[in-house]
Each structure stands twice: as structure tokens, then as C-alpha cells.
Design a protein around this ligand. Structure first.
Ligand SMILES: [Mn+2]
Length: 285
């Protein structure tokens, strides 16, 4: 029995299959958890989702994932509140007869996945440094409930785009759409922030060193977002391909190695603490 945490797949089904073969993934006994952005930009989103859904139907405990910004973008397009861009490469899913099943699969995914026995947490972009895992769990559940209500979901999906508010303050009210937007942005888009924990969205391809010149730092430099009650968890995240999985923060592991950018697809075996990768063959224009 082994647990593998996978970085962003982005519809790179060929590399995903290769990595599953390499680890000899056996859904009867193994578990995989994906850091989100299952689709978006890459060549085979439908293959990727069909595979995950069919394995999950047979072995519900073998497949887990969290929502990434590209997954939410797809849900917004599917709900008719947002227009797809050609580079999203989600047409094949939108026109598939599996679309209702795919939407159901997605609506079941949280922003934060916690395994309290294995003491691991998985999210797409990260945990906002003012939060610990208890607070993050509460906020992830809060958004999940909103997503399960069709009217609230539409309201959330049509109001989640935008860069403000960029800081978490106690006066953001529960019913406030800007609170919903901040929670979604922190979990799925965050990379850099100021020392005052104001999030920045303008430096997505910038190196950590260059960002520092603008007084911006990785979110994982601050706080202890890996704490659950008084226990230390290991926190996994994806999203930030330009980081090249370089994260030296305690208990925090970066897994997006840019498969969709012709780099690598990586997973981490929890039991052996080993990273396993395959070279990407995906080249997007
Ligand atoms: Mn992402």
C-alpha cells in the first residue's frame, strides 16, 4: 500500500500514464492525490478525466484531488458564466457526453485535502500564511457547501475572477462575495506576497530572486500553515511551475515541475519520501 501525491497534470495524459506505470499504481491498494489543475492548456483533458473517474468509480479510495484555478475556470465555463479561451483546451470536455459526470466529479473536490491519519494536507497554490490547517479546513468546507448549491455555485463562479481583495482581514463578512473570491484566490492562485501578507498576482513567471527585488516573497516563507491543532503536517502544493519545485520551507513540498511546459511530471511517495518523475513530451504553442 502506497500513497502518491501528484503535481499538476494539465491534461498531460501520456505522461500521467507513464508515471502511473513507473510507480506500478495498483488502485486496489494504492492511493493517489493530485494537487489540482487536472486539466487546462494540455492536450488530453478528456482522457485524463475519464481515467480518473472510471478508476474512482471502481475504487473510491484510490483517487483524490483538489481544485486548481484551471479546474474552477472549466466549472465557470460549464456553468455558462465565463467564456473559454482557446488556449484552455477544454472544448473536448465541454462537448463530451461525459460532461455531467465530469462536473459531478469536480463538485466533489475540495480546495484542501486532509488525511488526519497520514498527517498530510494537499492544496493547489498553498495555504495563506495567516491561516493554519484548521482555519484552512473550515474555509475549504465553507466553499464546498457553497459549490453544492446550484444558485450559490453560479454566484460564486461568476464572481471569483479578479485580484481583489488581496489581503485577508477579519472584517470580510461571510456573506461577502469578496471573501469567497479571496478564499478561492489564496487556495488556487497565490504565489508571492509582501511582508504584510498582501497577495501579488503580477509575477507568475518571475524567479523568487527577482521577486525579492520588488519586495515580494513566496507565501511559504511566512507563518506555520502546516500546523493542524498542535500537530505538524506535511503540506503539498502545485501550481507554481516557475519555482521548479524548489521549496526549502519546513514541512512544505512543491510538486509542479511544469509537465505542460515540456519539463517533467512528478509525484512524491509518502512512504519512501521519494520523488518520481517522467520527462514531458508535451509542447504547447
Ligand atoms: Mn494553477
Amino acid at each position: 500500500m502506497a500513497t502518491y501525491i501528484f503535481g499538476d497534470l494539465h491534461g498531460c495524459f501520456d505522461e500521467f500514464s507513464k508515471l502511473l506505470d513507473k510507480i506500478k499504481f495498483t488502485p486496489q491498494k494504492d492511493e493517489i492525490i493530485i494537487t489540482g489543475d487536472i486539466i487546462g492548456r494540455g492536450p488530453k483533458p478528456l482522457h485524463t478525466l475519464n481515467y480518473l473517474i472510471s478508476v474512482k468509480e471502481l475504487y473510491p479510495n484510490s483517487i483524490h484531488a483538489v481544485l486548481g484555478n484551471h479546474d474552477l475556470n472549466f466549472l465557470a465555463v460549464a456553468a455558462g458564466v465565463h467564456k473559454a479561451k482557446h488556449r484552455d483546451r477544454i472544448e473536448a470536455i465541454l462537448t463530451s457526453d461525459k460532461l455531467p459526470k465530469i462536473i459531478d466529479f469536480y463538485l466533489d473536490l475540495p480546495l484542501l485535502y486532509l488525511d488526519k491519519n497520514k498527517k498530510i494536507a494537499v492544496c493547489h497554490a498553498g495555504i495563506y500564511p495567516k491561516w493554519n490547517l484548521n482555519e484552512a479546513e473550515y474555509l475549504s468546507d465553507f466553499i464546498r457547501k457553497i459549490m453544492l448549491d446550484p444558485i450559490d455555485r453560479k454566484l460564486l463562479l461568476s464572481n471569483m475572477f479578479g485580484d481583489t481583495p488581496n489581503c485577508f482581514t477579519e472584517d470580510l463578512k461571510k456573506t461577502d462575495l469578496s471573501l469567497w473570491r479571496f478564499i478561492i484566490s489564496a487556495f488556487t492562485r497565490m504565489r508571492l506576497c509582501t511582508e504584510d501578507l498582501v497577495l501579488d498576482y503580477g509575477h507568475s513567471n518571475c524567479s523568487v530572486k527577482d521577486a525579492q527585488k520588488d519586495n515580494l516573497y513566496p507565501w511559504f516563507n511566512f507563518g506555520k500553515p502546516y500546523m493542524y491543532n498542535d500537530e505538524e503536517y506535511t503540506l503539498f502544493f502545485g501550481h507554481w511551475a516557475a519555482l521548479e519545485a524548489q521549496c526549502n520551507a519546513k514541512n512544505i513540498i512543491a510538486l509542479d515541475t511544469g509537465c505542460v511546459w515540456e519539463n517533467m511530471l512528478t509525484c512524491y511517495c509518502l512512504e519512501t519520501k521519494e520523488r518520481i518523475s517522467v520527462k514531458s513530451k508535451t509542447k504547447i504553442s
